[in-house]
Design a protein around this ligand. Structure first.
Ligand SMILES: *[C@@H]1O[C@H](CO)[C@@H](O)[C@H](O)[C@H]1NC(C)=O
Ligand SMILES: *[C@@H]1O[C@H](CO)[C@@H](O)[C@H](O)[C@H]1NC(C)=O
Ligand SMILES: CC(=O)N[C@H]1CO[C@H](CO)[C@@H](O)[C@@H]1O
Length: 488
């Protein structure tokens, strides 16, 4: 285990101190009740107090009687870190010893964590941080695929109502600073819907040739299966023709709106997403004011529909990190200023919004502000060797968990909510287990993970290995019964 070398350093300290986010109090807790510099002990509940950022001299209102009652334990020579506390990592100077029943497990170079388990059976889960994320070729513009169906709202034959479970447990406001993992239900769970963004590079292109819209009959099948969330990809270049600030194209907007309304009128969520990678016509968008105008125009169009979720852009990458912040903030500010105040806004980050890279890349996005406090951080994670989602093989059965755990920790440490907006696995046992473990991890941490979406459905996927298009898509036939176990 990588972090064990740190133990020696710490054991020399006379009065042990708990590390960042470590336990520092609670019933039956026998470790140190003082925190390392820059952190103070905050009462969470009777069983758990935690070292959180802040000065010791500014105690929070609820100073624990319980934490104080255990102060006699401060005599122990080696502090022990409580459940889910940090126990190692580059730059970390706290204790590397976990309380009984927990063991210190390497998450990544910056973070090791006390997880349930016997300390003697050390698992060295070496995180494979893939450094490349290949550009996906969504160029499957198979114009001749007769699986393609046009959006037609009159296909709405079986109007099975899907009750959107707005369970209060999982819809906590973004400001909630959760400190301990909790298992609950997802708020959003569903399928990406492709095709309106197809034909990339041909703008505006021709409906039915270069692009189409998701099939409402397929969406209905997925609604019947119980999915409650659909992420609809579209092209900025088709909605705002010629320039980012252009008034929205009436025809494309109508088709997008028809798809959205089909979904939301049945009580499900429609996440609308410019599939643009932070670019317009292939050029990085640098005019944040223009980007704000674009989002203002969209927000006005969907202002009254609170089941719409605004997803600022798909997978920023190879961009200045401050620009990624500024584009997201411009979108948030413009959406609210346009009067769309009830909707959630999904933030995406740099490095293809990859969960595996999030903590190391997108720290500045923790500073985004929303007057409505309804931001959710959307990340993507694939399970193949380069995290690109272009292979049907998965690295291992644990790769999904290994790649997202640092993001889980980031969300909790920053008091944010996350959402896994894209994931998938090939149709094989290895991937199936990896997907299962990944979803279990998200659900076991549903205090910070609000849900997930499979990539992807859409009428033009043909025999694409991940196609979730009913009735015969490869992903749909192989994974539907598994995914249904995670329905909200
Ligand atoms: C905590 O202490 C009480 C009283 O000693 C005991 O009954 C209980 O089992 C302990 N709980 C744990 C989780 O150790
Ligand atoms: C919108 O969809 C209709 C079919 O429902 C199609 O005829 C039309 O060309 C589409 N327009 C655009 C811009 O997508
Ligand atoms: C599996 C797959 O193709 N996933 C892609 C989903 O869409 C985004 C944007 O096109 C890609 O980055 C993903 O790789």
């Amino acid at each position: 285990m990588k972090s064990s070398a740190l133990t020696a350093i710490f054991a020399t300290g006379a009065a042990a101190q708990s590390g960042a986010w470590g336990q520092c109090g609670g019933l039956n807790y026998s470790g140190s009740t003082s925190c390392v510099a820059g952190y103070h002990c905050v009462f969470v509940n009777d069983w758990y107090s935690q070292c959180q950022p802040g000065d010791v001299s500014t105690p929070t209102s609820k100073t624990s009687s319980t934490a104080a009652s255990t102060s006699s334990a401060a005599t122990s020579s080696v502090a022990q870190i409580g459940p889910w506390g940090q126990c190692g990592g580059s730059g970390y100077s706290g204790s590397t010893v976990c309380v009984s029943g927990y063991k210190c497990v390497y998450s990544n170079d910056w973070f090791s964590q006390c997880v349930p388990g016997d300390a003697t059976t050390a698992t060295s889960t070496t995180l494979k941080t893939s450094t490349t994320s290949a550009i996906p070729s969504t160029s499957a513009t198979s114009t001749d695929d007769e699986a393609c169906e046009a959006t037609s709202t009159d296909e709405a034959t079986s109007v099975t109502s899907v009750t959107p479970t707005t369970s209060t447990t999982s819809s906590a406001p973004a400001s909630t600073t959760s400190t301990t993992p909790s298992k609950g239900k997802f708020k959003w769970f569903g399928i990406n819907q492709s095709c309106a963004e197809f034909g990339q590079g041909t703008y505006p292109g021709t409906w039915g040739t270069h692009f189409t819209f998701p099939s409402t009959s397929s969406i209905q099948t997925l609604l019947n299966d119980g999915y409650n969330s659909f992420r609809i990809a579209f092209s900025m270049e088709r909605l705002a023709v010629g320039q980012v600030t252009a008034p929205l194209d009436a025809g494309y907007l109508k088709n997008l709106t028809d798809t959205v309304n089909y979904i939301t009128s049945r009580g499900a969520w429609a996440i609308i997403e410019p599939h643009n990678f932070g670019r317009y016509n292939g050029n990085i968008i640098t005019d944040t004011a223009a980007f704000g105008t674009f989002w203002s125009n969209i927000a006005k169009a969907f202002q009254s529909n609170s089941l719409v979720v605004f997803d600022t852009n798909n997978e920023y990458h190879d961009m200045d990190q401050t620009l990624v912040f500024n584009l997201n903030q411009a979108a948030i500010t413009a959406i609210r200023a346009a009067g769309a105040t009830s909707q959630y806004i999904f933030i995406e980050g740099n490095q293809w919004t990859g969960a595996w890279a999030w903590a190391a890349t997108n720290q500045n996005l923790a500073g985004l502000t929303d007057p409505q406090n309804k931001l959710v951080y959307q990340m993507h994670q694939y399970l193949d060797s380069d995290s690109s989602g272009t292979h049907d093989t998965c690295v291992s059965t644990t790769i999904g968990v290994e790649r997202v755990v640092s993001a889980t920790n980031w969300l909790r440490a920053n008091g944010k909510l996350g959402f896994l907006g894209e994931f998938a696995g090939g149709p094989n046992d290895n991937c199936k287990t990896a997907v299962t473990k990944l979803l279990d991890h998200l659900r076991d941490n549903s205090d910070v993970w609000t849900g997930a979406l499979w990539w992807a459905g859409g009428p033009w996927w043909g025999d694409y290995m991940f196609s979730f298009e009913p009735p015969s898509g490869t992903g749909y036939t192989y994974y539907n019964s598994l995914l249904k176990q995670y329905l909200v």
